[in-house]
Design a protein around this ligand. Structure first.
Ligand code: FES
Ligand code: FE2
Length: 444
């Protein structure tokens, strides 16, 4: 691990935090190569980072390639059933030992000189071993691997910092909301196939910043969807009754009111789906959240995992369907990221419903999704602004919405769950807290 940030970085970050306290943000964050390097060193090698869903590797030997920051790992279930995150780089000359995106293998054999590793990462042999490596200490030459891998509600996270807190502690109060979203059925959830992925000409933080709390953009950026009735049921202010939930650690949720009449039930699921849920799995306050008609439209778990659950009506010509997406913003340099998008479904729900929800989700978000096209074009504005000398000299971006006296945004005092919860969507509380965590993490 590298030491503390250098002087000019430290000065920038202290200045950044002073600005943030006033709701201001330097455009430098959208393109800066030094900040990008610092993120790789201080965020992606220290935080718990989402790497996939348990349903992607159900049996021993199953593997998929995954990323933490810009490093490629093999996420594999070993012969003991444990999930391993193996750095995909041979200990001999650094060649990738696994070239396929997914598959099933008991061993990985490096194509360069033929060193072999078990799917636990242990070194398992080399050609001509007796003549070439008779004295090699096999125990020392296994693939490097993430020291911590753990799961919560089917989501797999890994952490490269040996000293890290547990995943449960890292997620903290976010767990209360993850239980509500993913813990309703003993049969759990699975992802529908591989994630869609594509390149976006923007900085990865744009996605995290949007999904942690930006309900405000829907009425303008997605206005064409309002015009063609895709966003029916959002109510008079086009917000869907949304509000913010901020928990410790920079994690934030966009809560919302569910609005469909009976027979639709909790979180706007139809009877054939919600009848498969067992609400006794939740504690009374979590049940109250659902029974009072609340749900969640989005979240970001710091740093780069987000979530979206469908608005009341995603296709005017079809019955409403709740689709659920996990989205990840994978950095690829300071001015580019790869967007990964998984569709999540309930194992207990009828196949027909899951298929229809999948189709609705792909139509909204994905390489050709009607929401996605709006969002990613807007986010592409970040890097050119960040790299502009003029912008750096004259601009600070506005994150003041909902600050004291700015509007009618307030914190609720009567909330059944953890975190700070707002009375309206017209605030940047979640975004400011995400950026506070970002800067704290870079300064640590
Ligand atoms: S680089 Fe892998 S065996 Fe030589
Ligand atoms: Fe959007």
């Amino acid at each position: 691990m590298t030491g503390s940030p250098n002087g000019s970085m430290q000065t920038f970050l202290s200045e950044f935090q002073k600005d943030l306290a006033q709701g201001l943000l330097s455009p430098r964050v959208w393109n800066d190569p030094d900040l990008h390097q610092a993120e790789l060193e201080r965020i992606f090698t220290r935080c718990w980072v989402f790497v996939g869903h348990v349903s992607e590797i159900p049996t021993p030997g199953d593997y998929v390639l995954r990323y933490i920051g810009e490093d490629q790992f093999i996420m594999v279930r070993d012969e003991q059933g444990e999930i391993q995150l193996l750095f995909n780089s041979c200990m001999h000359r650094g060649s990738p030992v696994c070239r396929a995106e997914k598959g099933n293998a008991s061993h990985f054999r490096c194509p360069y000189h033929g060193w072999i590793y078990k799917n636990s990462g242990d070194w398992n042999g080399a050609p001509q071993r007796a003549r070439a490596y008779r004295k090699l200490d096999a125990a020392a030459w296994g693939l490097r691997k993430a020291p911590h891998v753990d799961t919560y509600q089917g989501l797999i996270f890994a952490c490269l910092d040996p000293e890290a807190v547990s995943l449960r502690e890292y997620l903290g109060d976010a767990c209360w909301y993850l239980d509500v979203l993913f813990g309703l059925s003993e049969q759990g959830t699975s992802v529908a196939g591989d994630p869609h992925r594509w390149i976006v000409p923007s900085n990865w933080k744009s996605g995290a910043d949007n999904f942690v709390g930006d309900a405000y953009h829907v009425q303008s950026l997605h206005q064409s969807l309002l015009e063609i009735d895709v966003l029916k049921g959002l109510g008079q202010d086009n917000s869907g009754g949304s509000f913010h939930i901020a928990v410790e650690g920079g994690h934030g949720f966009i809560g919302g009111r569910r609005s469909l009449p009976e027979p639709w039930g909790i979180m706007d699921y139809p009877p054939e789906v919600f009848s498969t849920f067992d609400l006794d799995r939740l504690d009374p306050s979590q049940r109250k959240f659902l029974e009072d008609g609340y749900g969640m439209f989005g979240f970001t778990i710091f740093p780069n995992l987000s979530f979206f659950q469908s608005l009341p009506n995603s296709d005017p010509n079809e019955p409403p369907r709740v689709f659920t997406l996990l989205r990840q913003w994978q950095p690829k340099g300071p001015e580019k990221f790869e967007l990964w998008n998984w569709s999540v479904q309930w194992n207990s729900a009828p196949d027909e419903y899951n298929q229809a929800a999948y189709t609705a989700g792909v139509g909204a978000f994905g390489p050709s999704g009607i929401f996605e096209q709006d969002d990613t074009v807007a986010w592409a504005g970040g890097p050119p602004t960040g790299r502009s000398v003029f912008a750096r000299q004259t601009m600070k971006l506005n994150y003041q919405m909902g600050m004291d006296g700015m509007g009618d945004y307030a914190i609720r005092t009567d909330w059944m769950g953890p975190g700070e919860v707002s009375t309206s969507p017209y605030g940047d509380m979640n975004q400011r807290r995400w950026w506070q965590r970002w800067s704290d993490q870079l300064m640590s």
